[in-house]
Design a protein around this ligand. Structure first.
Ligand SMILES: [Zn+2]
Length: 62
């Protein structure tokens, strides 16, 4: 489980279309319901975010 501070840092990066791990661009992936998958094209980090347009929830997938 992420702390509030960790989640906030992740969300800030993801809102700017930046990988929280390496700052490279993110690629939008599959979308299901309110959630969208974002994957880093550089390091492969992957996140499930919601809602896609203004992220308020994030879950790290890998
Ligand atoms: Zn990355």
């Amino acid at each position: 489980m992420l702390s509030d501070r960790e989640a906030e840092m992740l969300i800030n990066s993801l809102r700017m279309d930046r990988c929280p791990d390496c700052q490279h661009h993110l690629q939008s992936g599959a979308r299901g319901g309110a959630a969208q998958i974002l994957t880093c094209t550089h390091c492969g980090a992957s996140f499930s975010v919601a809602p896609p347009r203004y992220i308020t929830f994030v879950r790290r997938l890998k």
